[in-house]
Design a protein around this ligand. Sequence first.
Ligand SMILES: Nc1ncnc2c1ncn2[C@@H]1O[C@H](COP(=O)(O)OP(=O)(O)O)[C@@H](O)[C@H]1O
Ligand SMILES: [Mg+2]
Length: 667
Amino acid sequence: MKIKPDIFKGITDKIKLPGKQPVAKVEPKPSAMAPGLVTIKDIIAPSAVEVDFAHLRINNRFHRTFYIVNYPRYVSPNWLSPLVNFDQELDIAMYVYPVEGKGVLDEMRKTIARMEAEISSDIQRGKVVDPTTQAKLEDALSLQEKLAKGVEKFFQFGLYITVSAGSLAELDQISKELQASLGALMIIPKTAILEMEEGFKTVLPLCKDELNVTRNMPTATLATTFPFVSSELSDDRGVMYGINQHNGSLVIFDRFTLENYNSVVFAKSGAGKSYMIKLEILRSLMLDTEVIAIDPENEYEALCQALGGQYITFGFNSLAKINPFDLELIKPEEGENELTRKILSLYALFRIIMGKMTPVEESILDRALVTTYKNKGITMDPETQKNKQMPLIEDLYKVLIGMEEEKAASLAARLEKFVKGAFAGLFNSQTNINIENKFVVFGTRDLEEALRPIAMHIILDFIWDKIRREMKRRILVIDEAWYLMKYKDSARFLYSVAKRARKYYLGLTTITQDVDDFLTSKYGGAIVKNSSIQILLKQHPAAIDQVGDLFYLSQGERQFLLASNVGEGIFFAGQNHVAIRVIASPQEHKLITSDPKEIMKIKEEKQRIKDAQKAKEVQETQPAPMPPSKPIEPVVQPVATAPQPSAVPSPSKPLSDSVLSIKKPEE
Ligand SMILES: Nc1ncnc2c1ncn2[C@@H]1O[C@H](COP(=O)(O)OP(=O)(O)O)[C@@H](O)[C@H]1O
Ligand SMILES: [Mg+2]
């Protein structure tokens, strides 16, 4: 046993201090003081390193290094994943040395000649040719051809593993487990006995192979050693989101097990955002989760109808109305009066409607809102809020008109088009809808672009009231959420929903394609931070840097998101992230696709089925020619499906029954 505290010599020398030149170059001239100075190296170095035959001890941790001497003959992609996924702490180092092609070819020629000679001498002597030699020869010939053509290159590959443990016994145990796992992969590891120091250094990320135990490998085999592994995301229960692109396992996840239930989806247009979320909706409904969605593209209609959901359209011609002044009579959250909350929410709404306001105008609006409620007999006292008719926008308009301030008139003017003008029918009515279904969608496509954020705000407020009234496991989907992020007030409202959703067992899903709009708003960033699930699908090159910085994506992940296909992306859930491919069954696909070609085809198919059914019905209802004078007699016929009554039908039985029954043979 030797004690070698200088083992880190040569390692610590390589540690560069930030902003400084390599240590060797700036080493000051040794002065009289130098030996007494404490450097960073002194601080981070262990107090002692003990090198034994088969282990190394640094302070109180034990380490043991293995090198690999043999590999399986055939490997499949990612065959090293059991090693990378090994349950214990271990470090793996792979060394790949390119080898000059010419030398390899010469060597191979000799080996091939030898094998051919062996086979032909076997044949001459009338012996059966050794099948393993035959197989090896075939392998070698195909490799030789590939090397000669330059399709394959040749490498030397070294694989080293260091395991660590807190005690020697534990180290032995882990070593045994590792050897067993590798054995199952047909990999033969050897302990680097008497070379523990070299082994340890070899595995450190210094690229200094001091063990130098290598094996020849062509490119294709080498490529399969690359550890494309990721954490699995397969829960026992939850929704199937897709397929893990790395290992083909299913990504099954229950968002209601995380610290909050919110999710955000970012991707460029057409990347499959809505598709993925529709799939989640479809599968969540099966797990008894209720779903409410705001759908600015009327994309969820087919799905909603197929599932028997409630689809509420907002537009100039639609009948559905929501009065933004509605007061929900629920037990207010602690320290919050329902009217105060409502006025704050309305205040935000009218700031979106009216645009920029001066502080004076803001205070006028504030007072006008209070007065509007007061005129209906509604004050801060919860008792006054019961069973009252709620004010409308026109009541606010009247209050503003009646105010003395000059500015009030200008506010009223900005509101006028919602009371008298083009938009009068839209928001200026009492609420006439209710959320009763397990799946409710609000469609806002028929609204003008400029009105959509306003409508979405009103709808969101309406939904939020319902959610607070009755706690259920719910998902609220806001597609094209950037409409709400365009305005500071609605962005803030959305953020407050995201923040408080958990309390009401609600998972908020925000979908957006406009990353810029979403992330430049400080509330957008906050919503992302308040979402345990983050889904990134194909990104636009212009947005990738912003997204990459926000989600701390590696260069490879950025590239992956730029190049991915429709429905492919990265799924972040808490600490885990996996590359995912979203797939639906053909039945599901029919309900959720938004491809106009496919939708047309599905419609035609439905129409055809309908027509065929109609034709059949018409045929069946045609009265059979039957002389009216003939009385209807019970018909004898064998019955396949109906239960067979054993007795003759009693006279009181209806005719239809007797028609189906078998007449008892006459005695
Ligand atoms: N995983 C998928 N598999 C098959 N088709 C998909 C998938 N994801 C999306 N699509 C198709 O791609 C198109 C765009 O998808 P969509 O969800 O509407 O995009 P986005 O909402 O991101 O703009 C649609 O026609 C949809 O049917
Ligand atoms: Mg979409």
